[in-house]
Ligand binder design. Structure first.
Ligand code: SF4
Ligand code: SF4
Length: 283
């Protein structure tokens, strides 16, 4: 494991529930997921904290919800908001939330599985990359989308390095407010990128489900599109684009390039409060 940061609940406004199935719906917009989490929170918080009540409420909530985008990826009805302001997502059956009793066996996995599971981001992201995601995505919806998308994080940093022809230290991006804001804008394309299918059958690099119900890994068919690979393409796929023409693909690449250039400019421009060197600007 290369990350020492607690990726699930790292503080700083960020939190994640992706492996509990949070995003596993065709409509995984912020508004739709907020409604679902608020409903689950209200219902689960309203029942006695014992296994019988939690199992019953989990079954009831399962009946109500929309079908999963990827049938084999489980969606747990015991995920909800941990705070009154609905800023933090997490497990409503965790002993720290229930006040002592562990009710995670009432969800879609065993409590032991929930306790032990770590997603691939724990192994593939560095601490510095994780710190950058936490700083750039200080809300549950965007943080969960980005922290679980290792290829997006790595791909964005690689593009910035190519643009600058120099290595990029993620901590240096965190330390420069203009650069961090530009990183936030690039990562936010996971939520806001224009021109994608509103009724998504894809999820980032994944989709549609294969015959077994598992997510399939998407690639671009350059021959069918009549074009060639470009450095931005990994990020374009991670953003959920499924371009059906070379023009649409080029527009998505250009969008990514503009954001990458903004980050590079912010890193390479001296901050406004940077002291003038002796003999310059001193009259
Ligand atoms: S997807 Fe990864 S970071 Fe998110 S809650 Fe699960 S283990 Fe934690
Ligand atoms: S019971 Fe397990 S799967 Fe369900 S919300 Fe809690 S941690 Fe996630």
């Amino acid at each position: 494991m290369s990350v020492s940061l607690h990726l699930c609940q790292p503080g700083g406004g960020a939190s994640c529930g992706a492996c509990c199935g949070l995003y596993n719906f065709r409509d995984h917009s912020r508004a739709s997921l907020s409604r679902a989490l608020a409903r689950q929170t209200a219902v689960v918080r309203g029942v006695p904290r014992n296994a019988e009540a939690y199992r019953a409420v989990a079954a009831q909530l399962k009946e109500e919800r929309a079908p999963a985008l990827f049938p084999l990826v489980r969606v747990c009805p015991l995920l909800g908001f941990l705070d009154a302001d609905h800023t933090r997502v997490g497990c409503l059956a965790h002993p720290l939330v229930t006040g002592g009793v562990d009710l995670r066996d009432c969800g879609v996995y065993t409590a032991e599985t929930c306790e032990r599971f770590t997603c691939p981001s724990f192994g593939w992201l560095t601490d510095a990359q994780a710190r950058l995601v936490r700083a750039a995505c200080p809300d549950w919806y965007l943080y969960g989308l980005v922290i679980t998308d290792v290829e997006l994080v790595r791909g964005c940093l690689k593009l910035v390095e190519m643009e600058r022809a120099a290595p990029v230290d993620p901590d240096a991006l965190c330390a420069r407010p203009e650069a961090l804001e530009a990183v936030r804008a690039l990562f936010s394309l996971k939520e806001t990128a224009p021109g994608r299918d509103a009724d998504m059958t894809v999820f980032g690099r994944f989709g549609p489900a294969d015959a077994e119900g598992e997510p399939s890994l998407r690639t671009l068919d350059y021959a069918a599109l009549g074009t060639h690979a470009a450095p931005e393409d990994d990020v374009v796929l991670c953003l959920g684009y499924a371009p059906e023409s070379a023009q649409v693909l080029e527009e998505a690449r250009a969008l990514v390039r503009r954001h990458v250039q903004r980050i590079a400019r912010a890193l390479d421009t001296l901050p406004s409060n940077f002291p003038s060197p002796p003999g310059r600007g001193t009259g």
